[in-house]
Design a binder for this molecule. Structure first.
Ligand SMILES: [Cu+2]
Length: 221
């Protein structure tokens, strides 16, 4: 299998990847079939002396076949993706780890709960573009934008969500491998869009505790 997607380090990434590859191979096979047939017909039915053009009304059987096959493929794909969609987008696992993301032209403001232990209050602790999370823990994201539509994209987590001003959108991911991962904005959001990029740091529990003690705890006292 080709490996040109970024490394998958998320609990649900493999479900998205296998659907992606399945659709990719179906599309590639269809593309090759159509292109080969087109070239074959170009040669077979080229202009040759002594042969008259004929008029055809089409072939009902063929038309039924090439309508039913794509329709069946679409229905099967819809059923195959429905369970993953429900698991990833319609449901957030129980977790005590929550981060608030405020998207703005042109950075991500990452908020952790302050001394009151609550998010979305005055004492939230804010970071620009850097997000730190522990490994093997579901991270609940509450996302909002202050100006235009942005898209919070962590390719390695297979997480991508548009953030719309005036709405609070909830999403989640769970990292399975510590590391530093890109966090770009994937929605053209203005002049500085190309520079709108942050980093997600996935830590081991010990590393995360060390980071939290240094950056979250002192301010909480
Ligand atoms: Cu943006």
């Amino acid at each position: 299998m080709m490996q040109w997607l970024p490394e998958d380090v998320s609990t649900y990434g493999h479900e998205i990847d296998s659907l992606f590859y399945l659709i990719y191979y179906i599309t590639a096979a269809t593309f090759i079939l159509v292109t080969v047939l087109m070239v074959v017909f170009l040669v077979m039915y080229r202009d040759r002396g002594g042969r008259r053009a004929t008029y055809s009304h089409g072939n009902t059987t063929l038309e039924i076949i090439w309508t039913i096959i794509p329709a069946a493929i679409l229905i099967v794909l819809a059923f195959m993706s429905a369970s993953s969609w429900a698991k990833i987008k319609r449901h957030v696992p129980e977790t005590d780890f929550e981060v608030r993301v405020v998207a703005k032209q042109f950075n991500w403001e990452i908020n952790y709960p302050g001394p009151d232990g609550k998010l979305g209050t005055e004492d939230d602790i804010k970071f620009d573009n850097d997000m730190h999370v522990p490994v093997n823990k579901p991270v609940r994201l509450v996302m909002t934008a202050t100006d235009v539509i942005h898209s919070f994209f962590i390719p390695n987590m297979r997480f991508k969500q548009d953030i719309v001003p005036g709405r609070e959108i909830v999403g989640w991911f769970e990292g399975i491998k510590p590391g530093k991962y890109e966090l770009p904005c994937a929605e053209l959001c203005g002049f500085g869009h190309s520079g709108m990029k942050g980093w997600l740091f996935v830590h081991t529990p010990e590393e995360y505790k060390k980071w939290a003690d240094e950056h979250l705890a002192p301010k909480a006292q």
